[in-house]
Design a binder for this molecule. Structure first.
Ligand code: GP9
Length: 410
């Protein structure tokens, strides 16, 4: 538990206290669509291979979005389910253990629950067995009104875990007219899964004409699957326009975690990535996920380079909707935040942090600690400021644990 002195020190900390002034209520009374995209990393946004954009639909959407291009993943061992937890609670995940394995069933103050009190009906969509990642426990804890998994979503065009993203988006789109009758407003949470490792796509779902050197490469498969996901997001946005919902909705889109990491990324893959991103593929590239907010007549294509984390998604959504949340969240409204005083973001349970000038990887079981310079991504030594950041990270993680405690088994 934190001492009264530590709690006092956290007061006024931008990470803990959300100031909702900037952008507050900009999307008031709008429906909400949150699209959590499997393995979507930021390095593909705006990039082309062989003259073809990897994410043409997202790139186009950016012209009407607020795009945060320096947002870091904050998942722990629960990967996709941790991202669902973070985005819908504004809390950190447990870390070394998937949060979903420890939930005690207690109802958490969540995005669906807070929105419910404002007349929103909520639904979540994911094309897998609902017991995967204990979502049968997670979803009641989060309080969704409707849950759709592979039991309800028709198993057509299966890729990997279940029906392809296009089937899920289509299923969700068909639910909307009835939901509009049932609820004042809709919150739809769509978790895509087709762009999941090993990223191998059926021929007819491969939209990119890649150069020969990408053939059968991990990165080649990744780009094809991301391109496919992009296509389906684009089609869903068009569907929202057709249903007259685009102008009355706030749409948030973000990547859940990296896809290009681990032993499957060969030196050849790495070289190909570096070729089209134009610089060495670093930890920073690995951990950065795109986050954008869009909808009709909301934003004019602004790009925000300020540092952020997935824990900021819920506070930012609520601020845009002009809704107060009664209980603490670890993130804050990204529109308000301009200069991150402590400049750090939790990534790994062991206390690693990301800060505007540096990335610190805390020591693991067999690995030593490493400190990277954010600009050059070369290693550097610790100074007294770094040591303070490490201590502050510890304090913040303890505070995060404290907020999580009521929802975890003993
Ligand atoms: C499975 C899917 C994948 O249901 O969400 O999860 P991941 O392996 O990416 O954590």
């Amino acid at each position: 538990k934190l001492s009264p002195k530590q709690l006092e020190a956290l007061k006024g900390n931008e990470y803990v206290e959300m100031d909702q002034q900037k952008g507050f209520g900009l999307a008031k009374d709008r429906h909400l669509f949150v699209i959590q995209v499997e393995s979507l990393q930021n390095f593909v946004i705006g990039k082309s291979v062989n003259g073809q954009e990897i994410t043409p639909n997202l790139n186009k959407l950016l012209e009407e979005s607020a795009y945060f291009s320096n947002v870091f993943q904050q998942i722990g061992a629960g990967t996709t389910s941790d991202a669902e937890w973070i985005a819908n609670t504004g809390l950190y995940p447990q870390g070394m253990i998937p949060t979903v394995n420890s939930l005690n069933g207690e109802e958490v103050p969540s995005l669906p629950r807070t929105l419910q009190t404002y007349g929103y009906g909520s639904a979540t969509y994911h094309a897998d067995d609902v017991t995967f990642w204990n979502r049968d426990v997670l979803y009641p804890v989060l309080g969704y009104d409707e849950v759709y998994s592979n039991e309800e979503i028709p198993n057509i065009k299966p890729v990997g875990f279940g029906p392809a993203d296009e089937v899920v988006f289509d299923f969700a789109a068909k639910k909307l007219p009835k939901q509009l009758v049932k609820y004042d407003r809709i919150y739809a949470n769509i978790v895509t899964v087709t762009s999941h490792t090993p990223f191998v796509m059926p021929e007819e779902m491969q939209h990119l004409d890649l150069p020969a050197e990408y053939e059968d490469m991990y990165i080649g498969n990744y780009l094809q699957s991301v391109r496919y996901a992009d296509e389906q997001i684009g089609a869903f946005i068009e569907e929202l326009k057709d249903q007259g919902l685009y102008d009355t909705s706030l749409i948030a889109i973000f990547g859940d975690h990296s896809g290009m990491h681990g032993s499957l990324v060969t030196e050849e893959d790495q070289a190909l990535i570096e070729d089209f991103i134009g610089h060495p593929y670093t930890l920073k590239d690995q951990f950065t996920v795109p986050l954008l907010f869009t909808g009709g007549n909301l934003f004019n294509g602004i790009q925000m380079e300020r540092l952020g984390g997935q824990v900021d998604i819920m506070p930012t959504i609520l601020a845009l909707l002009g809704i107060e949340h009664e209980t603490p969240m670890m993130g804050h409204n990204l529109f308000h935040y301009e200069k991150n005083l402590l400049g750090m973001r939790y990534y790994m349970p062991g206390g690693s942090f990301i800060q505007s000038e540096q990335i610190y990887k805390a020591p693991g079981a067999k690995l030593p600690e490493v400190l990277y310079d954010m600009k050059s991504m070369g290693t550097r030594g610790k100074n007294s400021e770094t040591k303070k950041h490490i201590r502050d990270t510890d304090t913040l993680l303890n505070y995060g644990d404290l907020l999580l405690e009521p929802y975890l088994k003993d």
